[in-house]
Structure formats: C-alpha cells, structure tokens
Design a protein around this ligand. Structure first.
Ligand code: CTP
Ligand code: ZN
Length: 166
C-alpha cells in the first residue's frame, strides 16, 4: 500500500548513491556545503532542505550530495558546527551506513586559530590542535595559546561567512 502523504510531509527525491546529512542544525546547510568545498560550479548534484520540520528538534536542514562519501575530517568539521547531524551513506537507493557525527576530544589540523600571534599561525607553524571543552554550545581551546573559540569563530575560519547569528 502506498504511504499516506499529507501536505506537511517533506517531498524530496531519494538519491541513488551518495551521502545524506540529516538533522543538520537549522540554517547551517550552506555552511556545511561550503566546508565540503561544494559550490555547484564543479557539477556536484546536491539537494538542500532548509528549516524543515523535524520529528526530533523542531527545525532542521538536510543536505543530500550525490556520488560523494565523506572523509573523517569532513565529518568532524560538520560535527563542529552541527553536533546533532546524522550521516547516511546511500548505495543503490539503500541506506547502507547511518551514524551520528561525534566530535573527538582533540581536534587536529583545523580550524585556523583566531589569535594571530598563535604559534599555529607562525611562519613555521605548529599544527592546529584544540581541546573540545563543550560541544553544544561549542567551545574549543587552542592547545598552544589557550584561546577559546566558539561556533561563530569556527564558521568564520572555515568559510567566507563573516558570522552567524546563533
Ligand atoms: N534518503 C535518501 N535517499 C535514499 C535513502 C534515504 O535521500 N535512497 C534520505 C531520507 O530521505 C532521509 C535520510 O536519507 O532524509 C535517512 O533515510 P532513512 O534512514 O530511510 O530515514 P529515517 O528512518 O526517517 O531516518 P532517521 O531515523 O535517521 O531520522
Ligand atoms: Zn592558538
């Protein structure tokens, strides 16, 4: 029997192969795309849903990217700005892997430290290393200069966006 549909139901096509990032914090979909280096001009097939009703959290964004599977680092970047996201890997129209993003206790290699004098910004830099102090709201502390960074700082360092409102 066909699934009953009503006007509040989300109507977005299923994808054949690729990644569905679900439960993205409402309003963060474009930032997720930019962090993944997707502009559209490279030909990536992607579908965004913004501020749609979610069973769990009120509102959410969904990002569907065809023919792309995410690396560990990319998943951690998403976790920084959207700690409740779920990654679904789709093969031949079927969800073959589903997991929640999870920030490690230590983040290595990104983002840029906001302190210009930090040794990670020096001419012979140390690799960025941060201790995760809090996931939501985000607070990470630079191992080298002890500067704290929040979600807004991270978005500014990882994208061209100059700021977010929450
Ligand atoms: N999806 C898709 N293409 C597919 C299969 C799934 O775009 N071929 C999407 C669904 O639209 C949904 C997400 O991937 O946004 C997860 O699919 P599924 O696990 O089937 O949905 P739910 O059970 O509703 O997910 P959850 O329990 O994680 O909320
Ligand atoms: Zn620093």
């Amino acid at each position: 029997m066909a699934k009953k549909s009503n006007s509040s139901e989300l109507k977005v096509s299923k994808i054949k192969e690729g990644t569905v990032i679900d439960h993205v914090d409402a309003g963060m979909a474009l930032i997720v795309l930019e962090m993944l280096g997707i502009t559209g001009r490279e030909g990536t097939v992607a579908t965004l849903s913004m501020n749609v009703v979610s069973k769990k959290t009120g509102r959410k964004d969904i990002v569907k990217i065809e023919n792309r599977f995410l690396e560990y680092t990319e998943i951690n970047q998403i976790a920084l700005i959207s700690p409740n996201a779920t990654i679904n890997e789709i093969k031949n129209f079927t969800v073959v892997k589903k997991f929640d993003v999870q920030l490690p206790e230590v983040i290595v290699g990104f983002p840029k430290c906001i302190n210009p004098r930090c040794i990670t910004n020096a001419r012979e830099p140390q690799v960025q290393t941060y201790y995760v102090k809090s996931v939501d709201p985000l607070k990470i502390r630079c191992k080298y200069c002890n500067t704290n960074m929040d979600k807004n700082d991270v978005v500014k360092q990882l994208t061209k966006y100059s700021g977010i409102t929450k």
